[in-house]
Design a protein around this ligand. Structure first.
Ligand code: ADP
Ligand code: MG
Length: 692
């Protein structure tokens, strides 16, 4: 693995700038090399680095340190230890050793392991990943030194998302290096690495409303809620002027992320009311993943400061857009250049076209696996619901690139001056205008100028999962391509490249689709092309059980068979638990909040009618009676569906539970339209989405 060495501007980051100040020349050189090339820190400098970190952290007000890691729950975890050590003479000193920096041993028994280890041998180890710098997390009274770590079992099995991510980056780097050699690029001392920029969507609502919605608190989404009359019909929120309170939040968030060395590039209003986006400056993939995890934490903390709640769930509100996380991926070759950036000469273009072909081949061959990598209970509400990319994975290239692909497939260039031979074809490839794509927003996997943008990722997910898959499948493509090119005549490499490109495009062009991905016609067309359409998480997770998937991860040293199996088990279990607690809570809310409120209203209507009719004898109170009849009928409908949900809940069949939850919701939302708003026990959509 390799990466750029960023010069951190963040004052809360123990980056190279700070290290230069605090470390001896020898230690600095050694750690810098480790950061650039990956691997573990030289043990002979560990104590010095740890001591420097501590000195710096104490200056920043830190009292504790923690190993910050990413277990398979998809969130981050940390266990804090104080620097303080008794000095044996009644006093205390602040200490932090190399050993404490390099390795930790949190009690791992409660983290999901998917059978990787039994509870009695639940030891798990965290180890510093020096490619991701330590940082300071500021609390309200003091600060904590956080050390990004991987998390593994006693036998080295990965219990987290970072370990396989680092392995997948290494695999990619290795294969791109092979390709570079084939192309005659000098690779001595230099390595390829992937880059990533994750655009993050989120909602902000007033904190008081948040605390009045037990469903938001417990599940991250509203289980009930009638659609407000006005929502996103006018599209007047998108890129609109930012409200003062939200702006204050954004400024604070930007400042925090800057201090943490992960500055944002853009901020704006999104399509749905109260929905926003933040996009960082892209960086080495491993860092970008860590920084996105950190950003999600900071967003919630900063929101709290502004009496707001930041909702990261993929679908907090029904009827309006949900939130995604666009995964902008590219690869920098050993020549230090972005290989997905169309070049301005034939040699650059050859690199570009080979990388493009590798991606096309990878996405078509492993479409199901890529779909699996974004499967979650939350994301199921989004994918394929006409606001987000469908569950069918296809690639958007744009007209210009598509035209070139077609020419390559035919083996002849339209505007080749010396028409004819294949070799000339590559030489005469038109100079590609940068950023020529027209940004089809409906495609799940779009080429956007100098990177691919995977848009099916959910807002609440770790970017780790999808990028483990992306790195691995693209490494696999490149590996197969190299197998072929390495056999070719060195003096005639262009011809071999041309042949290979043609072959790949012929075989995998079915995955390219430049039309509107939201239409029914595409669903039919995709089926005809044989593209998988894995509609929900249970279907998608089955991909992990395919033997060829285990072989793929094994081939590149990313996950062992046991590690793949453990993930399959954990993800299935996670999905089932989410559906279970959501449907339990839905039933609870109906019984303890919604029905009692509706019944109160029913009584008050009945009493009103009785009281009114005792005074006004004729005519009968028709309006009141109709209202009462309507409310009563709706209470019956809700109750019927509640009984159905409770019956289904007992079966434990997730998809049935989900269906019953949806049916119950439909009836509850109709009831909400009948009950006076001051009697309804939950804040309405209109309040949550518009009062800010
Ligand atoms: P969009 O039209 O999707 O908003 P932008 O050019 O603003 O496109 O980029 C969106 C995201 O893509 C940003 O987070 C940016 O840092 C990231 N990005 C841009 N170039 C690259 C690259 N070469 N590799 C990875 N991410 C990139
Ligand atoms: Mg984007």
């Amino acid at each position: 693995m390799a990466q750029q060495v960023p010069e951190y501007y963040g004052e809360n980051v123990f980056g190279l700038k700070v290290m230069r100040k605090f470390l001896s020349e020898r230690a600095f050189r050694s750690i810098k090399q480790t950061i650039q090339e990956g691997g573990t820190i030289d043990p002979t400098i560990a104590d010095e680095v740890a001591d420097a970190m501590k000195t710096w952290a104490l200056e920043k007000g830190a009292t504790h340190f923690c190993h910050w890691f990413q277990p398979l729950t998809g969130t981050t975890a940390e266990k804090h230890d104080a620097f303080i050590v008794p000095d044996g003479e009644g006093g205390a000193v602040m200490k932090f050793s190399g050993k404490e920096l390099i390795q930790g041993e949190p009690d791992a028994s409660s983290f999901p392991s998917g059978g990787l280890r039994a509870t009695f041998e639940a030891r798990g180890y965290t180890g510093w990943d020096p490619t991701s710098p330590a940082f300071i997390k500021e609390g309200s009274n003091s600060a904590t030194l956080c050390i990004p770590t991987f998390f593994i079992g006693w036998n080295g099995e990965a219990l987290d998302k970072k370990t396989p991510l680092l392995r997948s980056m290494k695999a990619l780097s290795k294969q791109v290096g092979r390709l570079a050699k084939v192309l005659g690029i000098d690779t001595t001392g230099k390595q390829a690495y992937a880059t990533l920029g994750g655009e993050q969507e989120y909602f902000l609502i007033d904190r008081d409303y948040y605390f009045s919605r037990i469903d938001l608190i417990q599940t991250g989404r509203t289980l009930f809620g009638k659609e407000p009359a006005k929502h996103q019909q006018m599209a007047d929120h998108y890129f609109g002027a930012i409200k003062t309170r939200v702006m204050a939040f954004m400024e604070d968030l930007d400042r925090e992320m800057w201090r943490l060395g992960a500055p944002a590039k853009t901020r704006h209003n999104e399509v749905a009311p109260s929905q926003y986006e933040i996009a960082p400056i892209f960086e080495s993939l491993n860092l970008a993943v860590d920084h996105n995890m950190l950003q999600m934490e900071v967003m919630q903390r900063v929101a709290e400061k502004h009496d707001l709640a930041c909702l990261l769930h993929e679908k907090p509100f029904l009827g309006i857009n949900g939130s995604g996380k666009h995964n902008n991926w590219s690869v920098v070759g050993p020549d230090g250049k972005n290989w997905l950036s169309p070049g301005d000469n034939p040699n650059e273009n050859m690199k570009f076209l080979l990388t493009l072909a590798a991606v096309i081949k990878a996405v078509d061959t492993w479409a199901g696996l890529l779909r699996m990598s974004v499967a979650s209970a939350g994301n199921d509400h989004r994918l394929g619901s006409h606001e987000a990319p469908p569950a069918i994975i296809s690639i958007f290239l744009g007209d210009q690139l598509n035209d070139i692909i077609e020419q390559i497939e035919k083996g002849q260039m339209k505007d080749a001056t010396k028409a004819g031979t294949l070799e000339i074809g590559v030489d005469q490839l038109p100079i590609l205008p940068r950023d020529a794509t027209d940004r089809n927003r409906t495609s799940p996997f779009a080429f956007t100028g100098a990177k691919f943008e995977f848009r099916a990722v959910g807002s609440n997910m770790s970017l780790g999962g999808p990028n483990i898959v992306l790195n691995t499948i693209i490494a696999d493509s490149i590996s197969e391509m190299c197998d072929e090119l390495e056999k070719a005549d060195k003096n005639n490499i262009k011809e071999a490249v041309q042949k290979l490109l043609q072959k790949i495009i012929k075989k995998h062009k079915r995955v390219i689709y430049n039309g509107d991905n939201y239409t029914e016609a595409w669903v039919k067309e995709a089926a005809k092309r044989g593209l998988p359409n894995l509609k929900n998480t249970p279907e998608a997770l089955e991909v992990l059980a395919q033997p060829e998937v285990t072989k793929l991860f094994g081939r590149h040293g990313v996950l062992t068979a046991a590690e793949v199996k453990s993930r399959y088990e954990i993800y299935k279990e996670t999905y089932a638990s989410i559906i279970k607690y959501e449907s339990d809570l839905a039933a609870d809310m109906v019984k303890t909040m919604i029905l009692p409120a509706a019944l109160d209203y029913q009584v008050s209507l009945a009493e009103t009618i009785k009281a009114t009719e005792s005074v006004i004898k004729t005519p009968k109170q028709n309006a009141s009676r109709k209202i009462l009849a309507g409310v009563s009928a709706q209470i019956e409908a809700v109750y019927k569906n509640l009984e159905k949900l409770e019956k289904v809940n007992a079966t434990g069949v997730s998809l049935k539970m989900k269906g019953a939850m949806d049916d119950l919701r439909t009836e509850v939302d109709k009831l909400e339209a009948l009950v006076p708003s001051d009697m309804w026990p939950l804040p309405s959509y209109a309040e949550m989405l518009f009062v800010l």
